[in-house]
Design a protein around this ligand. Structure first.
Ligand SMILES: Cc1cc2nc3c(=O)[nH]c(=O)nc-3n(C[C@H](O)[C@H](O)[C@H](O)COP(=O)(O)O)c2cc1C
Length: 187
């Protein structure tokens, strides 16, 4: 099975998760790992399955990943998706983010076989920008509140070893199920 494992990463959290997944699944198929920044044009190779990882922005996959999905015409395909986000994975905002990404993929008639989300550290430089923007506009979407500051502190260690293992287990189990024809892909 030809698999495209593509990621969008600004500060390397999502890259780290994608590389961990790649190490675990590279022998389970013909897997290409790519950073979408380096692939602006349509990729000519056809894939049977897509694993698409993005960093979270505005409670969804970031715009570059959304643009990539449309440029590469990942429509009516079999896919799995993952996100890294600023909040702990149990937080309602993590659910909202992955649900918005699911919705985005479904609007393009994609069939989603698996989703995964974990926390990723928020770059301290981003917090400086967020503070300035909060000062300029008290209704700024990422307004710096004591809750946000606490979450940023909590995020510092992520993605950690457990996050990487969970991501590996999640996608290797999916591909093994597909090989055993247990997955809806083969039904
Ligand atoms: C401009 C900006 C906006 C962000 N917006 C969100 C958001 O809406 N929700 C969220 O959970 N995390 C948000 N984050 C945090 C990132 O999604 C998180 O730190 C992610 O792990 C970064 O991944 P990367 O290192 O692969 O770029 C934002 C980060 C930046 C820089």
């Amino acid at each position: 099975m030809k698999i495209l494992l593509a990621y969008s990463s600004k500060t390397k959290n999502t890259k780290k998760v994608a590389e961990a997944i790649y190490e675990d699944i590279k022998n389970l198929g013909d897997v290409d790992l790519i950073d979408i920044k380096k692939h602006k044009k349509k990729i000519s190779k056809e894939y049977d399955f897509y694993i698409l990882g993005a960093w979270t922005d505005k409670t969804n996959a970031n715009k570059n990943m959304q643009h990539f999905i449309d440029t590469q015409e990942i429509h009516n395909k079999d896919v799995a998706i993952f996100l890294t986000c600023g909040v702990p994975r149990e937080h309602y905002h993590a659910d909202d983010s992955i649900n918005n990404y699911i919705e985005f993929m479904k609007e393009r008639n994609n069939r989603i076989h698996k989703t995964f989300i974990c926390q990723g550290k928020i770059d301290p430089k981003v917090m400086i920008v967020f503070r300035i923007l909060t000062w300029k506009d008290p209704n700024f979407i990422h307004k710096v509140t004591p809750d946000l500051v606490e979450m940023v502190n909590e995020s510092k260690t992520h993605p950690d070893a457990q996050d990487l293992k969970d991501a590996q287990d999640c996608f290797s189990a999916l591909l093994k199920d597909m090989a055993l024809e247990k997955s809806p892909l083969n039904v």
